[in-house]
Design a protein around this ligand. Structure first.
Ligand code: SF4
Ligand SMILES: [Zn+2]
Length: 327
C-alpha cells in the first residue's frame, strides 16, 4: 500500500455526511453493559454517552463527530445528563462517561459541571472517561481527588505506534504526548486504558496485525491496565474515500481475534475487542457469526477461544507455512 498522504482537516470535514440531531439535555445513549473488571469478575457498567460539543481535533479515522453538537452547551446540562442517566439505569458499581471527545476539554464538559458530576458518582467503585493527552492536566488530577475513593480510569486513543501512520491519522498527538499523559496519570494513581486501532488507513494485510500487536505491547509497557482493540470501519466519509483510493483496506474478525488473543496471552492486563457495528468489517460469510460470538465470549472471560475451523483460515495457513525457510 502506498504511503498515506497528510490529509488536511478541510478534506476530512468536506467528506462528511450530516451529523445526528441531538437533544443537549439528554445523553445520546445509555445502557448497562457487562465487562470483565480489573478484579477479575464480570461486573455491570452503566455506559452513558454524553451529548456535547465536538472534539477540536480531526483524526482521519474518527466517526465520533456524528453524535456531537457544533456549539458548547450551557453550564449544568452535562451534569443534568449524568443525573438523568443514572436515575434511569439500574444501580451499577462502575460508570462509563464517554463524550465522543475529551472529558477534560472545558469546551465539551464545562468546568462548572465537574463538582456535581463528582457528587453523582458517590458510592460507585470506578468511573471511566475518555480524554486526548492534550487535556490530561490538573483538571484531571483534581477530578480524581474529588471523586475519591471512586477510582478514576482514563481511556486514551493510542491508535498505533507506527511512526509513519500515527502522524498522518492523528496529527494532534505524538507517542511522546501519549507517554507523558500516561506518566502523569499513573503517577497520580489514575488507571489508564488505551484504544488501539486495527487496520487504520495506511495499513494493509499482515502489517495491520503486526502494528496492532506492537501497539498493545507499547501500551502495557507504559502501565496501561486495559487495551480495547478497535477495528477501523468505513462510514465517516474520508475513510470511504480512502478505500476507493486504495489507501484503506477493511480488516476482518479473524484478524481481530488474532490481535485480541495475542494481547490476552501476553498476560499484562485486560484486552477487549470493540464489537460495535462489527458487521461492517465482518469478512468471511461462513465463520463471521461464530467469530463474533467467540470474541464476545473472549471479552467476557479474558480467555482465547477454541480455534474456528473455516476455509478462510485454511487457505492462509498452509501458504504461510510454505513460505517459512527450511531449517
Ligand atoms: S481525539 Fe478522539 S474524538 Fe477527537 S477526533 Fe480524534 S478520535 Fe475523534
Ligand atoms: Zn471463514
Amino acid at each position: 500500500m502506498a504511503l498515506l498522504p497528510r490529509i488536511p482537516d478541510r478534506e476530512i470535514v468536506a467528506a462528511r455526511s450530516a451529523r445526528s440531531s441531538l437533544d443537549p439535555t439528554k445523553p445520546y445513549a445509555h445502557f448497562v453493559e457487562r465487562e470483565y473488571s480489573r478484579a477479575g469478575q464480570i461486573e455491570d457498567v452503566a455506559a452513558v454517552f454524553l451529548t456535547n460539543k465536538e472534539c477540536p481535533f480531526r483524526c482521519v479515522f474518527c466517526d465520533l463527530w456524528q453524535k456531537t453538537l457544533t456549539d458548547r452547551i450551557g453550564d449544568g446540562l452535562v451534569a443534568g445528563q449524568v443525573e438523568w442517566a443514572l436515575a434511569n439505569l439500574p444501580e451499577t458499581p462502575h460508570v462509563k462517561l464517554y463524550n465522543a471527545g475529551s472529558f477534560f476539554d472545558p469546551e465539551a464538559i464545562p468546568s462548572a459541571d465537574l463538582p456535581r458530576i463528582a457528587e453523582l458518582l458517590a458510592g460507585k467503585r470506578s468511573v471511566i472517561v475518555e480524554c486526548h493527552p492534550r487535556f490530561v492536566d490538573d483538571r484531571c488530577i483534581s477530578f480524581a481527588k474529588a471523586i475519591s475513593p471512586v477510582k478514576l480510569e482514563v481511556a486514551i486513543g493510542l491508535e498505533t505506534v507506527d511512526p509513519q501512520v500515527l502522524p498522518r491519522i492523528k496529527p494532534s498527538m505524538s507517542l511522546e504526548d501519549f507517554k507523558s499523559a500516561a506518566r502523569l496519570l499513573t503517577d497520580n494513581g489514575i488507571a489508564l486504558r488505551a484504544f488501539i486501532l486495527l487496520g487504520p488507513p495506511g495499513h494493509c494485510g499482515p502489517e495491520r496485525i503486526d502494528w496492532a500487536k506492537r501497539s498493545i505491547d507499547y501500551a502495557f509497557s507504559l502501565g496501561v491496565e486495559c487495551c480495547v482493540v478497535i477495528p477501523v470501519r468505513p462510514g465517516n466519509g474520508i475513510v470511504d474515500a480512502l478505500e476507493k483510493r486504495g489507501l484503506y483496506e477493511r480488516t476482518n474478525l479473524t484478524e481481530l481475534q488474532s490481535v485480541v488473543e495475542y494481547g490476552i496471552r501476553a498476560g499484562h492486563g485486560r484486552v477487549f475487542a470493540d464489537l460495535w457495528d462489527v458487521e461492517r468489517i465482518a469478512g468471511c460469510p461462513d465463520c463471521s457469526s461464530a467469530r463474533s460470538a467467540a470474541l464476545e465470549q473472549t471479552n467476557s472471560t479474558q480467555r482465547p477461544s477454541a480455534p474456528i475451523d473455516c476455509s478462510c483460515t485454511r487457505v492462509i495457513e498452509p501458504k504461510r507455512a510454505a513460505e517459512r525457510p527450511l531449517p
